[in-house]
Design a protein. Structure first.
Length: 114
């Protein structure tokens, strides 16, 4: 299974800090294929955020109920070409990775295999 690792602390407005090495896992995704515009498909992805890889391996629950961390990535776009040639997992991981890179920078976001 692929996941996304954030290699810097995530400091939230609520004062909560999630340590470097937190992991984002795709929960589910929705692509609105009927709403294609200019070769792009609108998409939304629900994710789970874990403190670390170890937390996942130990069966711990994801972080929940943090008011200023939204685990749903809305407004994502998938290219029609990629939609026709890539797996759903790859499409959704790439879309969320792109959104996270915009916030944390490319050097702080990496796709990993669990």
């Amino acid at each position: 299974m692929k996941a996304i690792k954030i290699n810097q602390p995530v400091n939230l407005n609520s004062g909560i800090s999630i340590p470097s090495g937190s992991i984002v896992i795709i929960g589910e995704g929705y692509a609105s294929v009927k709403d294609v515009k200019e070769g792009l498909i609108p998409a939304q992805v629900a994710t789970f955020l874990f403190v670390s890889e170890t937390a996942i391996q130990e069966g711990k629950s994801p972080i929940t109920d943090i008011a200023d961390f939204n685990p749903v990535f809305a407004g994502l776009q998938l290219s029609v070409d990629a939609y026709q040639t890539k797996s759903a997992e790859s499409l959704l991981i790439e879309a969320v990775e792109t959104a996270l890179v915009a916030v944390y920078g490319e050097e702080n976001v990496e796709v990993i295999t669990l």
